[in-house]
Ligand binder design. Structure first.
Ligand SMILES: NC(=O)c1ccc[n+]([C@@H]2O[C@H](COP(=O)([O-])OP(=O)(O)OC[C@H]3O[C@@H](n4cnc5c(N)ncnc54)[C@H](O)[C@@H]3O)[C@@H](O)[C@H]2O)c1
Length: 330
């Protein structure tokens, strides 16, 4: 069984990937500083190392102890809004932290990596579906901190012989279809869990930031991708890089190709939960693009991946199921 090092594996998406890795015969090794993750989000049969990607010695020790065949690099600060206030932290963790990891990989002759990139690298485009061939033009330091890592991966591939795939996730959402793990960010900033918290009466109201965008209902449009489908894309990407020994650095969008507006998500949440609640319209937030929808053709062609749960309703149903059984208990 091959060991796969997963940085940030105790986080929302990471915990789903751990399940998928085990189901596909890999042994995940989680490295996470628990700044935003949860120890109990991963099962006890998965080796867990509490550590920070900025700590070169701690990373070195993980490579020596577990000799991973590949790395899935997810550890990062994730709030685009916070990056507009504290950019240095984002460059330190997301960019310098990634460089630290790449150097640990190089020292330990591990050359296969799947990197968690983001649709935020595209910025605000007046384009239809976003394809990987577009030039990156992130609107915020978060997106730029990730775009820089994509550039580094290109250099590590061409100069050091790495085989890397950067997956540009669109909006990860939902929960494990069997309810084993789900989204527990603190503070929560993602739309669907915030709306569900409002439906459950744990928030007074849900705010819409901006109703004057150039979109059919004036609210931002995003491409919501089920977290199980995202996890599946990682397993496929791993298989792709591990099975070939050549150097390459590829990028693939992970999205459905369909957009859904903030207002549409709120309406769907009302339908799924059967609850009505207060919606407050507020002004735009800086750095929020009007529309981000993937062209997912490359992931299909290169990885043989396509989403099993493309419907936002099903995404919300799985999220609500997890929320009710796990987060409303206390
Ligand atoms: N959630 C989304 O919609 C989305 C979209 C695009 C990209 N991404 C990327 O996917 C990855 C995972 O996102 P998520 O939503 O699961 O977030 P998350 O915050 O739940 O997971 C990130 C994990 O990284 C850990 N971490 C943070 N800084 C660390 C450090 N310095 N050292 C070690 N561990 C550290 C946190 O404790 C957490 O467990 C991130 O890289 C994020 O940028 C997420």
């Amino acid at each position: 069984m091959q060991n796969i090092l997963i940085t940030g594996g105790a986080g929302y998406i990471g915990s789903h990937i751990c399940i998928k890795l085990q189901e596909n015969g890999y042994q995940p090794i989680v490295f996470d500083n628990l700044s935003n993750g949860h120890r109990d989000a991963i099962s006890n049969d998965i080796p867990f190392v509490e550590g920070d990607i900025r700590d070169a010695a701690a990373l070195n020790k993980v490579f020596e102890d577990f000799r991973p065949a590949a790395v899935i690099h997810m550890a990062a600060l994730i709030e685009a809004g916070a990056s507009m206030v504290e950019p240095a932290r984002f460059y330190e963790v997301n960019t310098a932290g990634a460089l630290n990891l790449l150097e640990a990989m190089r020292r330990n002759a591990c050359k296969h990596i799947v990197f968690s990139s983001t649709a935020a690298v595209y910025g605000n485009r007046d384009a239809g579906l976003l394809s990987e061939s577009l030039e990156v033009s992130a609107e915020n330091p978060y997106g730029r901190s990730k775009a820089m890592v994509e550039t580094m991966l290109g250099d590590y591939a061409s100069i050091y012989g790495f085989h890397a795939i950067a997956l540009r996730y669109f909006n990860a959402a939902g929960a494990d279809s069997m309810g084993r793990t789900g989204e527990r960010h603190d503070p929560e900033t993602h739309l669907i869990p915030l709306v569900l918290q409002t439906a459950a009466g744990q928030r007074d109201h849900i705010k819409i930031f901006g109703t004057d965008y150039d979109t059919p209902d004036g609210t931002c449009i995003r491409d919501y991708i089920h977290v199980d489908d995202l996890a599946d894309a990682h397993v496929k990407a791993l298989g792709h890089i591990i099975s070939s020994d050549h150097a390459a650095s590829d990028i693939a969008n992970i999205g459905t190709g369909e957009g859904c507006s903030v207002k549409e998500i709120i309406e769907l949440c009302k339908e799924v939960t059967g609850q009505d609640f207060t919606v407050v319209e507020d002004s735009r937030r800086p750095g929020d693009p009007a529309k981000l929808v993937a062209n997912p053709a490359k992931a299909k062609e290169m990885l043989g991946w396509q989403p099993k749960y493309p419907s936002p309703r099903q995404i919300i149903e799985h999220a609500w199921n997890y929320y009710q059984t796990n987060l409303l208990k206390s």
